[in-house]
Design a protein around this ligand. Structure first.
Ligand code: DP6
Length: 357
């Protein structure tokens, strides 16, 4: 139990509290892959906070006549009651309850939606857990003396208990999570904003190529577990921490060549871990590889600093500075869209994290 995030004395209320928060997705540049209980990362990671791929969540906190053992909630997602979301939410509430014990006195009505295409294969656990945690902390601030200076950090801390990468969606333009000796105040329990970055990275673009819009064959949660007895686990964790140290310098300098080198290596190392797990698996598709080859050929031919990263799936994130947006969009339309399911991609840009809507 981390005392820093425990809740202060609350006032009891008979009023219904209602709030609405939205949180964006994020894309890791140095990847989190491998964790220990309770959702503590085996290495530090860093990501761009995005802006258009968001989850919007509203919660009604309805006082109960008598407190219950566990958190009572209902969940409506995109207009439908989602029983399939309950196990993940139940696990989240069980983990976070010691930090907001007053929740047993309320029933939570959660209504949520994503702004990105439904079933797009874009991971939504980060944005949805971050938006929910923002609502929970808003409620806490309403019924207790929550110190303003700890508010953002507590949202990050709680969202981590729902999904590790969610803790990096709270602020922008970049957040780092995991103890790292070159990041002041870094912690395994919550992410911190990374602000010492060249202006080129403050409006970086990310076009997500929807190569496969279906359910992933292997969930991230299972993938993380397979790092436990992985033959290259320790090398991977050390490598990620080294990559992060190098990337911090690259971000300060605005060194695009260095950025491309580290970001593409990280994406391939992540997938190399999957291919060398036991059981082994491959999440890339033939069109994932075709997109990577096409990006490399375009970069070589034009000198335009466009690169790729991957999350735990077949989709490709195409990353580029905003001053080459026109040329890169034309390239995407011509060469990369045909590789996507129904020619679909999602254009996004670096953003600043959670907000009320
Ligand atoms: C490949 O945060 O989705 O996207 O903590 O089990 O919810 P859980 O996993 P999750 O894992 C994300 C893995 C990744 C890399 C990253 O975002 O750093």
């Amino acid at each position: 139990m981390n005392q820093r995030f425990s809740s202060k004395k609350t006032i009891s209320t008979k009023d219904v509290f209602h709030c609405r928060w939205q949180a964006p997705s994020n894309i890791a540049l140095v990847k989190y892959w491998g964790k220990t209980e309770p959702q503590l990362p085996k290495n530090a990671s860093i990501s761009f906070t995005l802006s258009s791929t968001v989850t919007q969540t509203e919660v009604r906190f309805i006082p109960l006549a008598a407190p219950t053992e566990t958190v009572q909630f209902s969940i409506i997602f995109e207009g439908e009651e989602k029983l399939s979301f309950r196990p993940k939410l139940e696990a989240f509430f069980a983990r976070m309850l010691p930090y907001q014990p007053f929740l047993t006195q309320y029933k939570l009505e959660i209504v949520s939606q994503n702004t990105f295409p439904h079933s797009s294969g874009i991971a939504s656990s980060a944005s949805s857990m971050a938006a929910l945690a923002a609502c929970l902390v808003d409620f806490e601030a309403n019924i207790s003396e929550l110190d303003d200076s700890i508010r953002q950090e507590k949202i990050s801390f709680l969202s981590r208990l729902g999904s590790g990468s969610a803790c990096r969606s709270i602020q922008g333009p970049m957040m780092a999570w995991g103890t790292h000796n070159e990041i002041a105040d870094s912690s395994d329990e919550a992410a911190v904003p990374v602000t010492e970055i060249d202006s080129v990275f403050k409006d970086y673009c990310d076009t997500i190529l929807l190569i496969d819009k279906g359910e992933k064959q292997v969930s991230s949660t299972l993938g993380h577990q397979l790092m436990h007895n992985h033959p290259y686990a320790q090398q991977r964790f050390d490598q990620a921490n080294k990559h992060l140290a190098e990337l911090l310098e690259v971000l300060k300098q605005g060194d695009l060549e260095g950025f491309i080198n580290i970001v593409e290596k990280e994406a391939l190392h992540l997938h190399a871990m999957m291919m060398t797990s036991d059981p082994y698996f491959i999440l890339m598709h033939a069109n994932t590889l075709k997109a990577i080859e096409s990006i490399w050929a375009f970069r070589k031919k034009t000198g335009i600093p466009v690169c790729f990263t991957l999350d735990a799936g077949a989709n490709v994130h195409v990353l580029y500075p905003s001053n080459v947006l026109t040329q890169v969009k034309a390239f995407i339309d011509e060469a990369l869209r045909p590789l996507c399911q129904e020619q679909q991609c999602v254009h996004d840009i670096v953003g600043m994290g959670i907000k009320k809507y």
